[in-house]
Design a protein around this ligand. Structure first.
Ligand code: ADP
Ligand code: ZN
Ligand code: ZN
Length: 699
């Protein structure tokens, strides 16, 4: 019987809209267990695929049922152990939930290099990897080594209680996810380390997810320093393809004990998985924003349950989804109530912009009392951090004579003025031009920047504080390789007095000498149309505040300043009291009455076309096609609307919101909807792309 060809089902990378929605059949002269990597012919190409189903029982005994037109598997990656059942279950679930094909998802979460090379090349790499041994396991050294990294500090009472609660939650079947809630400096990371130590001692692997690995080099260093006998690998898209493959293989082979990575690491193949940590679980970067729009946080929780592995979600400002689940008792809520060593949280101070004198109708960048506060910091050798969540010099250039503004010809957005290289740059499509010498519409040479970005703030601070050493960190300054690391090192070394930047500087960094944090213009997010804007603003400001006074000796004098036109806004009141719970309660009450998540479940159908009418026609037809589908009775469909920026790179975008109190009903509908949508797409030739976004972050 072993001689007879048998049928194997293989998933290959096929986009959502390709006709091949399921696994493809191939012939193999031997049984291939599910999870085996293979090369198979696809049309004229040969592609990497994953054997998905075990051959149905009895199939091998009836070889005559194998149709002769099936093509044989070209190559089997024998050197590699098959991907495990846990991994396959995760991929299947994610593909179903986020409405993609299994093949697309499975292949897209494997290292790109693994899809590119053939079985022979892979075998060679594996041999080299085994010969290299531990060479890869070195982690970057932190600029200022944290004394708490190597030596285990004595746990305080709250941390002990937290670990006790985690042990209890982990003993449940399946383990309950734990929401570890504590401000920056409350000792969350130490709790991760202790729980990781327990799991490593059992010979199991630990997966640690972080929002952006470049912003948190200390975390990697702390894990590496604490567990010198264990191999730690990083997993993120910034690695070279070869290195990414090596790290993935080390995890898959069970050779790496600790995997630290960004959202894609949730799909790491980990045969001995024993713990998942999701640090800063509220962070928006856990949601993939293209292709399969998965939430790594949500998948981590799913994976933990499926593999009976405890999941730790850590945050100072949990997402309202996680918070509501904790309130309902579905997650175990564990609080670390204060900073380690009793360090105070920064005092929150407001500058009421309504009361400030104006010069020529324009308020200055920083209010006088704030400038004085920064000056006194500099005099004491302390640092200040100024947060302005807008990069570039000015968001728009303007001609006062004719009203011209620096709009992007390809997008419904302004082009941002970047003074350093004198360009106008569109942050949506990348369209870049030299700044015109005069107004392109009327020739007026006096065109002026409107508003302020980080570049301009940096310049203004240099004017206000001529002797201060000012540094800026944002996506522009971080573009050059090594630039971010260099700037961060300068801050840590005390070579910077004032650090200016976007949300990049609010995250993760364990700055020791910062005693003043100021949000220069936080109000813009207060009145944004997106329902999650207040949640994001609160989290950002709490996180920024957490940068101040990390050193207990300096904590007492640390301050968080806010320049605002709305000093009495409820969000700021909660911030002043460092009261996440009050903020969450008021937000949840609003969400409940407005019928928004976490009390309802959302999905978006997005469509892109050259003309808005084409996208609209597709979406309207899609809404019609929903009638009578399973689940439709419990789903409300809203009329198509453009997103905040409707046109990008000459493509019009439109989206249609689906809402349901029942996640299951919404899922049933989306699944039933895919076939009619694929058919509709064929009729609506003008539609360039469409996609379903389940649990969208912005609507
Ligand atoms: P978080 O992750 O909540 O920001 P960390 O775990 O990083 O908090 O703790 C903040 C600082 O306090 C770190 O420098 C850490 O080494 C130190 N630390 C944590 N737990 C203790 C403890 N029990 N005793 C002394 N220092 C501690
Ligand atoms: Zn003009
Ligand atoms: Zn543009």
């Amino acid at each position: 019987v072993g001689e007879l060809p048998r049928r194997v089902r293989v998933v290959v990378e096929a986009p959502q809209h390709a006709a091949m929605a399921v696994a493809l059949d191939y012939l193999s002269d031997r049984a291939l267990p599910a999870g085996t990597l293979v090369r198979v012919p696809l049309g004229k190409r040969e592609v990497t695929g994953v054997v998905w189903d075990e051959e149905p029982a009895g199939a091998a005994a009836r070889p005559h049922t194998v149709p002769t037109e099936l093509r044989p598997v070209a190559q089997v990656f024998d050197a590699l152990a098959p991907l495990g059942a846990g991994w396959r279950a995760l991929v299947s679930f994610a593909a179903g939930y986020y409405q993609r094909t299994v093949g697309e998802l499975a292949l897209s979460v494997l290292p790109p290099e693994l899809r590119r090379i053939d079985g022979v090349a892979l075998a060679r790499r594996l041999a080299r990897l085994r010969a290299r041994g531990l060479a890869d396991a070195v982690a970057a050294q932190p600029a200022t080594p944290d004394p708490g990294a190597v030596e285990q500090p004595e746990l305080d009472a709250a941390q002990q209680a937290a670990l006790q609660a985690i042990a209890t939650a982990a003993a449940h079947q399946p383990p309950a996810a734990v929401l570890l809630h504590g401000v920056t400096g409350s000792g969350k990371t130490e709790v991760y380390l202790r729980q990781a130590a327990r799991v490593l001692a059992q010979g199991r692997q630990v997966l640690v997810l972080v929002p952006e690995i470049n912003l948190t080099p200390q975390l990697e260093a702390r894990f590496a320093a604490r567990f010198p006998g264990h191999r730690l690998v990083a997993m993120h898209s910034g690695l070279t393809p070869a290195r990414r493959l090596r790290h993935w293989l080390l995890a898959h082979l069970g050779e790496a004990d600790l995997v630290l990575g960004t959202r894609l690491a949730v799909f790491a193949s980990l045969p001995r998985l024993g713990l998942i940590v999701v640090d800063e679980e509220h962070d928006a970067s856990y949601k993939q924003q293209e292709g399969a729009r998965y939430s790594a946080r949500d998948l981590a929780v799913w994976r933990g349950r499926a593999e009976s592995v405890p999941v730790l979600l850590g945050s100072a400002t949990p997402s309202l989804e996680s918070w509501q689940r904790a309130l309902e008792g579905r997650y175990c809520h564990v609080a670390l109530p204060g900073r380690i060593g009793g360090g105070a949280l920064p005092r929150v101070r407001f500058v009421d912009m309504n009361l400030l004198p104006r010069t020529r109708g324009v308020t200055t960048a920083l209010a006088a009392p704030l400038v004085e506060a920064i000056e006194s910091r500099i005099a004491r050798g302390e640092q200040s951090l100024l947060l302005l969540n807008r990069r570039g010099y000015a968001p728009v250039l303007h001609c006062a004579d004719c009203g011209w503004k620096s709009d992007c010809p390809h997008c419904s957005a302004w082009r941002v003025f970047h003074k350093s290289d004198r360009t106008l740059r569109c942050h949506h499509c990348g369209y870049t031009q030299r700044v015109p010498r005069a107004c392109p519409a009327c020739g007026n040479p006096d065109i002026q920047p409107l508003g302020r970005g980080t570049e301009k703030l940096e310049e203004q601070i240099a004017e206000l504080l001529p002797t201060a050493r000012v540094a800026r960190i944002d996506a522009d300054t971080a573009r050059r390789r090594g630039a971010l690391e260099a700037s961060l090192a300068a801050v840590h070394a005390g070579d910077v007095d004032v650090l200016v930047g976007t949300q990049m500087i609010a995250k993760g960094h364990d700055f020791r000498r910062i005693t003043l944090v100021a949000a220069v213009n936080p109000d813009t997010a207060l009145f944004a149309s997106d329902f999650r804007a207040p949640e994001r603003l609160f989290a950002l400001l709490m996180q920024a505040a957490g940068r101040a006074g990390r050193d207990a000796q300096q904590a007492a004098g640390s301050e968080m300043w806010l320049q605002t036109w709305h000093p009495r806004h409820a969000l700021y009141a909660a911030l002043r009291a460092h009261d996440y719970e009050a903020f969450a309660a008021s937000q949840l009450a609003e969400r409940r009455s407005a019928g928004l998540p976490p009390f309802t479940h959302l999905a978006l159908l997005r469509a892109e076309a050259r003309q808005a009418a084409q996208a609209a026609a597709f979406l309207e037809a899609a809404a019609q096609a929903m009638a009578g589908l399973d689940g439709a009775e419990a789903v409300t469909v809203y009329p198509p609307v453009p997103p905040a920026v409707a046109r990008v790179a000459n493509v019009e975008r439109l989206q249609m919101l689906l809402e349901s109190p029942s996640r299951r009903a919404l899922q049933r509908l989306l699944t039933a909807w895919r076939e009619p949508l694929t058919a509709l797409r064929a009729e609506h030739r003008g539609v360039l792309r469409w996609a379903i976004d389940v649990d969208p972050l912005t609507i």
